[in-house]
Ligand binder design. Structure first.
Ligand SMILES: NC(=O)c1ccc[n+]([C@@H]2O[C@H](COP(=O)([O-])OP(=O)(O)OC[C@H]3O[C@@H](n4cnc5c(N)ncnc54)[C@H](O)[C@@H]3O)[C@@H](O)[C@H]2O)c1
Length: 330
């Protein structure tokens, strides 16, 4: 079978992370890459053995021999790149959040539907082993109903972004949109539409820098906190604490422990795949499962069910509402 030919747009932290995953997938060939920073482009092409492909950035129609465009650009550039790639008949992987605004997200979804190409938004936490295990426990009912879920995501401000685009709220949307969206997205995917969402937080020159959101889903309460306003160098950490009628699942310090009433605690082991993209994630696992799922869906013609474009749009809509509430309450 001929490999699926991928073109990578953006060779920063996430672009390099995706490129590492493609190297591990035998049915994929990373054929071309583009970045408007010549040094980053040259380094990525040398490391991953692909050609510089200017067409990816300017005119994807001319990027011949490419089946999938992988958009790892700053968030405010997702829409333009995705729409151009879709119009050129390419399938698209695009990093989260889907876009900076709902209007852009709608235009991206419409462009892909019109051309009959697939769109995967990189909500990797839905594929992350510990979070997928939590979803399995909730859906199996083995610990009874979920009564509360606490999600956190914190770190010092990520200084790796090119031209410091993460500091520009117009491009990144602050910590609430760039970082905390992972937890909002996970909660919505797990539990559906909340009855109520209430957010408080802090704002600095980069937008919402820390957010505290409480959501009610029937009898289950979710509290998600996140921010990048810790002192420089504070390590990134993500955690959850899920309380059930007959147990709990606690993910902290990078490991998951499951407590069931009357039983010894269980520590599920998951395969680790070290990554070196240069950002704050040291495990390729969730990214590898996400991209492998998309590649398999393209090859077999099945739908991707874990992350749909509409569900990514819903997560964007929710973080925009969280942002509105934080600012309104200051
Ligand atoms: N899923 C995750 O866990 C995760 C983690 C971090 C970032 N992200 C998302 O990935 C996206 C990229 O973030 P990043 O951390 O890789 O940023 P980055 O700054 O490290 O990389 C962006 C790259 O795009 C290039 N670029 C910028 N404008 C360009 C243009 N007009 N044409 C061509 N190249 C251009 C830059 O030179 C840079 O190499 C963002 O949407 C971010 O929210 C997702």
């Amino acid at each position: 079978m001929t490999p699926l030919r991928v073109g990578l747009l953006g060779c920063g932290f996430m672009g390099r992370t995706h490129a590492q995953v493609y190297r591990l997938l035998p049915e994929v060939e990373l054929v071309g890459a583009w970045d408007d920073d010549p040094e980053r482009l040259e380094a990525a092409c040398a490391e991953f053995g692909c050609r510089p492909e200017a067409g990816l950035g300017a005119d994807p129609v001319s990027a011949e021999g490419i089946d999938v465009v992988d958009v790892c650009l700053p968030t405010a550039l997702h829409a333009r790149a995705t729409i151009a790639a879709a119009r050129a008949g390419k399938h698209v992987v695009c990093e989260k959040p889907i876009a900076r605004t709902l209007e852009e997200a709608d235009a991206m979804i419409a462009a892909c539907e019109t051309k009959g190409v697939r769109l995967l938004i990189g909500h990797c936490i839905r594929y992350w082993a510990e979070y997928a295990e939590l979803r399995r426990i909730v859906q199996s009912g083995e610990l009874g109903a979920l009564t509360s879920l606490n999600l956190t995501r914190y770190g010092g401000f990520p200084h790796w972004s090119s031209r410091d685009w993460l500091s520009d709220e117009a491009q990144a949307g602050g910590a609430v949109m760039d970082m905390h969206i992972h937890d909002t997205d996970f909660a919505l995917d797990l539990l559906g539409e909340p009855d109520e969402t209430v957010s408080f937080g802090t704002v600095d020159r980069r937008g919402v820098s820390q957010v505290f959101t409480t959501m009610r889903f029937g009898r289950c309460t979710v509290h998600a906190e996140g921010g990048w306003n810790l002192p420089a160098g504070t390590p990134f950490a993500m955690t959850f604490r899920a309380v059930f009628e007959q147990g709990a699942a606690i993910f902290e310090g990078g490991s998951l422990t499951v407590y069931a009433d009357g039983e010894e605690p269980r520590r599920p082991a998951f395969a680790r795949m070290a990554g070196a993209g240069g950002g704050n994630i040291d495990d390729l696992g969730g990214y590898a499962l996400e991209l492998a799922d998309f590649v398999d869906a393209l090859r077999t013609g099945r739908e991707v069910t874990v992350v749909t474009p509409q569900s990514a749009r819903r997560s964007l809509a929710t973080v925009l509402e969280e942002t509105r509430q934080v600012k309104a309450r200051l």
